[in-house]
Design a binder for this molecule. Structure first.
Ligand code: NDP
Length: 392
């Protein structure tokens, strides 16, 4: 029986993970659930899964959470704040941590889980992007295992020989990440000048939270994934390629030196990657509709349009620059996406803000989490200042 802490339980990944967990009460138990501010949704999940602990990240809502749990007659204890998340991630109520908080807010609990040697199911790609070297060091120190949840990295994990092999020795030539192209595939810059947040969030194949949906529309999601692949699998930037595959049936590929290309396929449903990560090295039923290739008929592939979707080359640029440049890229992106979702920044300006932030802040080496958080805040301030100057 695996005791799972679902951090980010009220989100899209949280919902898919809890769906898989509910299908296997003999194998998995959700012992800890967390949310940011959504107390009611968290209490509803507590009524269904009866965890030992519920955490609300916003400390101002601890009283409300405790009251509502009590009013519902639930035995679940309430806690609040960022420290409660890191303590739970490292604590005795779980052996497995699903890191499904969105954005940099997920970093501390992800690192805490890795350091404590938990089985880490990583959805929060921003942690790997921001703090790759620290995450790897924490995993080494903790001696636990990381199974990627991001469907592309989960696919690559499945197509590689076990663990985190040395790619050269394993005969790997390239990792090929697939991208759906998002809702704006095939559009020109002129088409994108006035697109709205709702249009950007209308992903053709996946239902996801709003931040990652915008990242998919700008192709920054793929850029973050290129950096994540570099961290998780140790591939050089030039050995990571991106191909647009609009049907999202092929979730990524590994090319070997003998010409073999291995891919993982399935219908686009995050429960596949989550069930794989939860049960690995075993397999469990995930509730996913089986893939009917003949009915799908076509698998299409094309090169990404990096002139229109500039966030992808910016991510490669940050990866090649090294040091904390990926963290600066991630911070500027979070600020720009937040402003776009609030209607305060045009879609195409997201890339401009990120580019200008990277130009103002030369990278520094990644030393420790405190310095990184400080640099993250500096990049956020810089991005805000750039936005005020250019767009307000
Ligand atoms: P959602 O926005 O749907 O959910 C985010 C979750 O994190 C919610 O539980 C939210 O709580 C919580 N949260 C938000 N802000 C904070 C904060 N400051 N502190 C603590 N908790 C917080 O996101 P997704 O589920 O779509 O994505 C989660 C992560 O998984 C992201 O890193 C994303 O990139 C990654 N991912 C997502 C995929 C998908 O298909 N959705 C696919 C692959 C990766 P509340 O409900 O209270 O706001």
């Amino acid at each position: 029986m695996k005791q799972v802490a679902v951090l980010g339980a009220t989100g899209s990944i949280g919902a898919s993970a809890l769906d898989v967990i509910a299908r296997h009460p003999d194998r998995f138990r959700a012992g800890v659930l967390s949310a940011h501010r959504n107390v009611d949704a968290l209490v509803e999940l507590c009524a269904r899964f009866r965890p030992e602990l519920a955490i609300i990240a916003d400390p101002a809502l601890e009283g409300a959470l405790a009251r509502k749990l009590k009013a519902a007659g639930l035995p679940t204890a309430a806690a609040a704040g960022a420290d409660a998340l890191t303590e739970a991630a490292a604590g005795p109520l779980c052996d497995t941590v699903l890191a499904a908080i969105v954005g940099a807010a997920g970093l501390a609990s992800t690192l805490a889980a890795a350091r404590a040697g938990k089985r880490l199911l990583l959805a929060n790609k921003e942690s790997a992007v921001m703090a790759g070297p620290l995450l790897l060091e924490a995993l080494r120190a903790g001696g636990g295992v990381l199974v990627p949840v991001d469907s592309e990295h989960n696919a690559i994990f499945q197509c590689l020989p076990g663990g985190r092999p040395e790619l050269d020795r394993a005969g790997v030539r390239r990792l090929i990440l697939t991208a759906s192209g998002g809702p704006f595939r095939g559009r020109t810059r002129a088409d994108l000048a006035a697109v709205t947040p709702d249009q950007a969030c209308a992903h053709p194949n996946w239902r996801m939270g709003r931040k990652i949906s915008v990242d998919s529309a700008t192709l920054m999601n793929k850029g973050l994934e290129v950096i994540e692949a570099h961290v998780l699998f140790g591939a050089a930037p030039e050995a990571i390629d991106v191909v647009v595959h609009p049907q999202s049936l092929l979730h990524s590929l590994v090319e070997y030196t003998d010409g073999s290309v291995l891919a993982e396929l399935g219908n686009p449903d995050m429960r596949t990657a989550l069930a794989h990560a939860l049960a690995w090295p075993e397999r469990v039923e995930a509730g996913v509709v089986p893939l009917d290739l003949a009915a799908r008929a076509q698998l299409g592939f094309e090169r990404p349009d990096t002139d229109t979707f500039r966030c992808l080359p910016l991510a490669y640029q940050a990866l090649r620059a090294g040091g904390d440049a990926p963290a600066l890229l991630n911070a500027a992106n979070e600020i720009a996406v937040e402003a776009f979702l609030a209607g305060a920044l045009p879609f195409l300006a997201i890339a401009d803000v990120i580019e200008a932030t990277l130009a103002e802040l030369p990278p520094s080496p990644v030393v420790d989490a405190e310095t990184l958080v400080h640099r993250d805040l500096t990049a956020r301030d810089t991005a805000r200042r750039i936005m005020r100057r250019a767009f307000c």
